[in-house]
Design a protein around this ligand. Structure first.
Ligand SMILES: [Zn+2]
Length: 265
């Protein structure tokens, strides 16, 4: 599967090709230079990151990401994210996707190898930011986010466009083969293509997982048209100058911010 549509050097925030033409949409995948330091953060840190990416945020939403499938909306998050003193993520409600159709609200998620997925439904003027690690994908976070866009804002899966952002690639994500059955149960045989064995032909070949491919499978299985899915994703582990990677840096890894929302029309 291709792992990027831009030639080096990349400019952050990365954007999904064509999405800048969607009226009033704000979106991007910020890089390491604009990312969060390890540990707690406050509202001001989120704002600084977004401003470094050229945005002018009014209200910023974030969740306490727990690798589940809970979807939050602006009304679930207003009180905390508006509080300058709240320390995050501890003060935030649990959730791994945020949906919004509100003007002047930017939904954010934080990753450092897990897959950031952004969704937009232009006609319904609705959007979602999803934190999709392998556990969240198995828990169904992509499907629950797409269902929430339908239930709350009337967006059909067929009109949703998706962008898969920077995540650890199948090149670098050594992964336990014991999870093979887990993925087959969650995604069927389509998950088989997420696995590779590297180094190729070595005596001690080890299984590797392309978690971005699993996100792609989850999107198509939830009804997003294949042609509406873009991959905007260099491998996090291979680009230390550009991106944080938990696998590469462990506890010292910061987080990159991915975001989506709407300006007032
Ligand atoms: Zn890699």
């Amino acid at each position: 599967m291709p792992t990027g549509n831009a030639e080096d050097p990349r400019t952050y925030p990365l954007r999904a090709p064509g999405w800048d033409e969607i009226p009033d949409l704000v979106h991007g995948f910020l890089g390491r230079a604009q990312g969060l330091a390890p540990g707690d953060f406050g509202r001001g840190d989120l704002e600084t990151a977004l401003r470094a990416g050229g945005e002018r945020p009014v209200q910023i939403l974030a969740a306490r990401q727990v690798h589940g499938s809970t979807v939050l909306a602006p009304e679930d998050l207003d009180a905390i994210c508006a509080n300058d003193d709240a320390r995050m993520p501890g003060a935030l409600p649990d959730g791994d996707a945020i949906v919004t159709a509100s003007a002047d609200v930017i939904a954010t998620i934080r990753t450092a190898d897990c897959v950031p997925v952004l969704l937009v439904a232009p006609r319904a003027r609705a959007a979602a930011a999803i934190h999709a690690g392998w556990r969240g994908l198995v828990a169904g976070v992509v499907r629950t986010a797409i269902e929430a866009l339908g239930a709350r804002y009337g967006a059909a899966p067929s009109e949703i466009r998706a962008a898969i952002g920077p995540a650890i690639g199948g090149c670098c994500y050594e992964f336990g083969a014991e999870h093979h059955t887990t993925f087959v149960e969650a995604f069927g045989q389509a998950s088989e293509q997420a696995w590779s064995t590297t180094p190729e032909g070595a005596a001690q070949a080890r299984p590797h997982l392309d978690v971005g491919f699993l996100a792609h499978v989850a999107l198509t299985q939830a009804g997003v048209p294949e042609a509406a899915i873009q991959i905007v994703s260099p491998c996090t582990a291979e680009h230390p100058d550009e991106l944080h990677s938990y696998r590469r840096d462990g506890a010292a890894a910061g987080r990159q911010l991915s975001y989506i929302g709407w300006r007032p029309s």
